[in-house]
Design a protein around this ligand. Sequence first.
Ligand code: AHR
Length: 305
Amino acid sequence: SEETASGEEEMAEGDDVISIGFSQVGAESGWRAANTKSIQDTLTAENGFDLSFSDAQQKQENQIQAIRSYIAQGVDVIAFSPVVESGWDPVLQEAQAADIPVILTDRAVDSQDDTLYESFIGSDFVLEGEMAGEWAVEQYDGEGYKMVELQGTTGSAPAIDRKEGFAAAIEGSDIEVIDSQTGNFTRTEGKQVMEGFLQKYDDIDLVFAHNDDMGLGAIEAIEAAGMVPGEDIKIITIDAVKDGMQALADGKINYIVECNPLLGPDLAEIAQKVVAGEEVEKRIVVEDLAFDQEAAAEALPDRQY
Ligand code: AHR
């Protein structure tokens, strides 16, 4: 950028490189891998970006540290996908004081002051939970199903919102949630929690997993217990990444609501606009589809992630 006489920074004919610091949640799931790839493939030097990328390993303190280091570096834009919803105001205020615009991707913060970030790009997680719950009611209401829930990371927006959306949709049906625990969005923990549920209850009919990876872990636990996932115990998940879609097409999962991880292009566009001083929308909602077993088999060959 160039300094003008008035001391303001000005973009030089669009050929300026935008430096951007991105703090990612971690590498907990197939969804996250696809999201990281989308961001790294889009925010390239070729596209006019200088990307500093860091993986917080699902720890908020690591994200706060990364954001502080981006502030110290004086990047043009900071973007991040917050591990949990709360506790961001102090570091966001530091970014604001340093005049560095912040863009949220994928997950929201619960900050009351929405001037602390420029835009939030991501799916409507409450709607995803509702879509999953509505399908459960359509298929299984009247059967007296007992359900267990595998929650995402405690305190994260997708765990809070998907739980809420699903619960609202099954209200008034006879689906009964008998237990609900976090599996931290990982396959390993999803399996462990499901093993615990299977030891504790012998009458589980349905699993709602907040993401594909925990559902895939649950499949392993169900099979190890000598039961048939998708038949003896029905499974509904969220994400629709390749492995989940394959399990759905194979009949081991019954329904998946999509969560689109390809946020790189939207992030690039919003970052460019913000740096150019253009108005951007505070909330950009990413549209999601949903798949039953037949639809998964059809969609699989062209699936990008
Ligand atoms: O925030 C999006 C969620 O985080 C995805 O559904 C899950 O797979 C990921 O870990």
